[in-house]
Design a protein around this ligand. Structure first.
Ligand code: SF4
Length: 346
């Protein structure tokens, strides 16, 4: 196999066979990286131009009933300082974001039973009522199909639920018995069926992960056909069993962003905060590799450091306005700009 040829095939046909994807990952080098990134950027520019869409992220609860082994806010971590934002605090974060220009909000939280359907639908419908022109994205983990339907009817448009890994064996090594990959996948299919704009994604460089596992992730995404794909490097958290494991790399994460861009030029692909955490220019590198979304934090500064999924998370000290200013300059440094529209899938 010839790596250049494989990249050209991916560019033209948007898919490769399993063994071809694996070859592309195993034999990556400086040349294949720059060829992939340049084609990926060309594709992004064709569909979205130089726009990078900011999503105002509101991390409204760090309570979680789950115990994903890699996560700093998993339910069993007694050292996590827990918080829940009130409805008023959430609405005031939206108001602040709206005045700063945001037209897309993401409500993200652990799987917190306190925020049952009644609570969530009340919050979502109030945001919908106040900001009819804004996109509302939810990231609340696994819920019943009925619950997803109610939230959709209340006004939510988009849902983010990373599958984290499409390999059942690896999934078991990263999650307790009580969690199942099949159930997570079913949730994603349910979300699609209801009509949400759906985002999934996976960790790069997770403990025990192989390149074959990453190929499984790409093939699952090809099957699911989501509109958004969020991938970020694994970053260890000091209160987890993986605290001494090495983090994923910017190099492999951005390589995969470029591959995803060639698989579907229309994808909404974030340059994640985790990428910015392991490299000061991580998000800029993500944009150069073909990403076109960033997720600045709109949560109140007082609670930001407590939404600690992993160590050394960036941007926990700045006000929302400072975040937007800093990110805007970062995007300009790579020839892109923050485009404060809803940032719909085109
Ligand atoms: S990764 Fe999400 S679902 Fe898992 S423990 Fe952390 S917050 Fe909960």
């Amino acid at each position: 196999m010839e790596i250049k040829q494989l990249i050209e095939t991916l560019y033209k046909e948007h898919i490769l066979k399993k063994e071809e994807f694996l070859f592309l990952l195993e034999h990556r080098n400086e040349e294949s990286r720059s060829m992939l990134a340049s084609l990926a950027r060309t594709q992004t520019d064709k569909i979205y131009g130089k726009s990078v869409f900011p999503r105002g992220l509101i991390e409204f609860t760090n309570y979680c009933k789950n115990n994903c082994y890699y996560c700093g806010i998993r339910g069993a971590n007694q050292n996590a300082v827990r918080y829940r934002l009130s409805k008023d605090q959430i609405l005031s974060a939206c108001e602040n974001g709206f005045h700063l220009g945001y037209r897309s909000f993401v409500l993200q939280g652990g799987e917190d039973p306190f925020f049952d359907d009644e609570h969530m639908c009340d919050i979502v419908s109030e945001i919908r009522h106040r900001y009819p022109e804004c996109a509302i994205t939810l990231s609340l983990g696994e819920r019943s199909k009925e619950s997803y339907e109610k939230l959709f009817k209340s006004g939510a448009d988009r849902y983010l639920l990373r599958h984290e890994t499409a390999c059942p064996d690896l999934y078991k090594k990263l999650h307790p018995e009580s969690m199942s990959l099949e159930h997570r996948k079913q949730c994603l299919w349910n979300l699609k069926e209801i009509g949400y704009v759906v985002g999934t994604g996976f960790m790069v460089g997770a403990p025990y992960q192989t390149l074959e596992n990453l190929v499984d992730d790409l093939l699952f995404i090809e099957k699911l056909q989501p509109e958004m794909v969020g991938i970020g490097p694994f970053v260890p958290h000091h209160d987890t069993i993986f605290k001494d494991e090495p983090a994923g790399t910017v190099e492999l994460t951005t390589y995969l962003i470029s591959i995803l861009r060639l698989m579907n030029p229309h994808f909404l692909l974030p340059a994640t905060t985790a990428l910015g955490t392991i490299d000061p220019r991580g998000r800029e590198k993500g944009i150069e590799a073909g990403a076109n979304v960033v997720m600045p934090n709109l949560s109140p500064v007082a609670v930001r450091k407590d939404y600690s999924l992993y160590d050394n998370k960036i941007c926990t000290g700045e006000e929302a306005a400072e975040c937007a200013g800093c990110l805007g300059r970062r995007m300009n440094s790579v020839g892109a700009f923050l485009d404060f529209c809803r940032g719909d899938y085109r």
